[in-house]
Design a protein around this ligand. Structure first.
Ligand SMILES: Cc1cc2nc3c(=O)[nH]c(=O)nc-3n(C[C@H](O)[C@H](O)[C@H](O)COP(=O)(O)OP(=O)(O)OC[C@H]3O[C@@H](n4cnc5c(N)ncnc54)[C@H](O)[C@@H]3O)c2cc1C
Length: 494
């Protein structure tokens, strides 16, 4: 292989986060004869759990369903810290030899499908220089948001603020906010997980929100899980604990959707029980929408309410008028002074890690294509994008996707097929939003996402139970086109 020749692997996996690691495991498990390479733009394993380093970064769903079914989570917590999740992913990759297949500091820029050879040519920037890879199948484990640009709303006058402004996506290492007045703008999962930790060192912390979110308090260490682990041998305990958490997750979601009034009442009671007598719960913790119209935020053992009760943090519900040198002036005329402002204002959705996709040199826009079985794209051969659930742990969907792709590769291999793509043809397919929550980051970028149809296998439905049943009885040929490369020349040397 001369220097210029692209490095070939049967499967190219982009991203060494939960999805990429999971795909490598399942693809190798079912197709040990296939070669694979993982292309990762960062220098470490972990994706989200490597990028986000703000104080208090933790999972916002239970770790027993966020971890892999084949690699038990052995620590006691039910909700895990970011650093422990990163360690878990790194150790899992090492245990199964996946780390040897990872090319770090390798950012994928573009991927072009060559229908002559049925291969993808992938252009990357590796350690600052160009490097080309070739592969038969492309698995995108690139996550769902832009790694370079978080969402930064326009804040009038922010340039006048003399203090420090920090975005949680780029938390400066050893950033010192000890004794300082810290204002966190936002009320989502990041805000409610960072604030209790900030109060440990900051002088005072204020959460400034335009509108409240629903907070569900859960135990960091779940007594039911501990009891199951005491009663059963570890492997059985692992499956039962996982099932228990799946049932709880599904139940909370279904009850929230079917009985919003009851759910609102329960969540309000959780707040009033933890907050001081007479605290204005309906001002700061009464959203205008129904539970799970937007992602419900987890708090641990009431930690967020506790720091308010202890006077170490407070919530201000108002709109920002402008910034000045000392802090923030609100529409109500009130002001919040600060030394540090943390803009927990969210992510920017991005499809396929921002990689430019083309077929025989013709650009393909993901947003013009329907999603097939929640992981392939209409008329795009040998490509899968792994996207998790918004109302349950990401890995539940990611593992189904990894297993479906592993099965497809085995099927193609056993039939000598070199390409496979889902085809809708001219059948009319009404569209519906792919992500059925009206969260800011979804509304701002819904156009960037591939399309969801209204019925299977072209609908995106965020329902693990139905997806697991579908996966069990999956018909691999359904709406799929299979074939062999025109050019008989060997893909490796093409
Ligand atoms: C703060 C935060 C908290 C979260 N908490 C939870 C939670 O509790 N539960 C839950 O289920 N989900 C949660 N999520 C969603 C989270 O993204 C998923 O849990 C999961 O980590 C996604 O895994 P992934 O591997 O698909 O994507 P990511 O973790 O985003 O990893 C993608 C990887 O691809 C790499 N990559 C991207 N583009 C390219 C490119 N062009 N070239 C090369 N490499 C590339 C990235 O560097 C990264 O390593 C959270 C997300 C955030 C931001």
């Amino acid at each position: 292989m001369t220097a210029a020749e692209p490095e070939y692997s049967d499967v190219l996996i982009i991203g060494a986060g939960i999805s990429g690691i999971g795909a490598a495991f399942r693809i190798h498990e079912k197709n040990p004869g296939l070669s694979y390479t993982v292309l990762e733009r960062r220098a470490r394993i972990g994706g989200t759990w490597d990028l986000f380093r703000y104080p208090g970064i933790r999972s916002d769903s239970d770790i027993f369903t966020l971890s892999f079914p084949y690699e038990p989570w052995t620590r006691p917590e039910n909700v895990a810290d970011g650093s422990d999740i990163r360690t878990y992913l790194t150790e899992t990759a090492r245990k199964y030899g996946i780390d040897e297949h990872i090319r770090f500091n390798t950012r994928v820029i573009s991927a072009d499908w060559d229908s002559g050879t049925d291969t993808w040519t992938v252009e990357t920037e590796q350690n600052g220089g160009p490097k080309t890879y070739r592969g038969r199948f492309l698995f995108f484990g690139t996550g769902y948001y832009n790694y370079d640009e978080p969402y930064r709303p326009e804040f009038p006058g922010i340039e006048n603020f003399t203090g420090e402004v920090v975005h949680p996506q780029f938390w400066p290492e050893s950033f010192d906010y000890s004794g300082k007045r810290v204002v966190v703008i936002g009320s989502g999962a990041t805000a409610v997980s960072i604030i209790p930790s900030l109060t440990e060192k900051a002088g005072h912390v204020t959460m400034l929100q335009r509108s409240p979110s629903y907070l569900l308090s859960v135990p960091r260490i779940n007594p039911v899980v501990q009891a199951i682990r005491k009663m059963l041998p570890s492997t059985a305990a692992q499956s039962v604990v996982r099932l228990y958490n799946i049932v709880v997750t599904v139940l909370v979601y279904v009850v929230s959707r079917k009985a919003p009034k009851v759910t609102k009442g329960l969540l309000r009671a959780m707040a009033t029980n933890r907050l001081p007598e007479g605290y204005p719960v309906d001002v700061h913790f009464k959203p205008r929408y129904n539970p799970w119209d937007q992602r419900m935020c987890l708090i641990l053992d009431g930690d967020f309410y506790n720091v308010i009760s202890e006077g170490r943090a407070e919530v201000v519900t108002d709109h920002i008028d402008h910034f000045d040198a000392e802090g923030i002036v609100l529409k109500s005329g009130e002001r919040v002074d600060a030394d540090v402002i943390i803009t927990a204002t969210g992510l920017q959705l991005q499809a396929l890690g921002g990689v430019a996709i083309s077929i025989d040199g013709v650009e393909v826009k993901p947003q013009d294509r329907f999603v097939y079985k929640e992981h392939m794209l209409e008329d795009i051969p040998n490509l899968a994008w792994c996207v998790g659930y918004i109302n349950a742990s990401w890995t539940l969907r990611a593992d189904l996707t990894a297993r479906a792709v592993a099965k497809l590769l085995a099927y193609m291999d056993s039939h000598g097929y070199t390409h496979a793509y889902p085809h809708l043809g001219d059948k009319p397919m009404p569209e519906k939003p792919a992500w059925n929550i009206n969260a800011g980051y979804v509304q701002r970028a819904a156009h960037a996402l591939p399309k969801s149809g209204t019925h299977r296998p072209w609908n995106v439905r965020h329902n693990y139970v139905l997806d697991a049943i579908d996966h069990r009885f999956d018909r691999i040929e359904e709406s799929m086109v299979f074939g062999r490369a025109e050019a008989k020349e060997d893909a490796q040397s093409a």
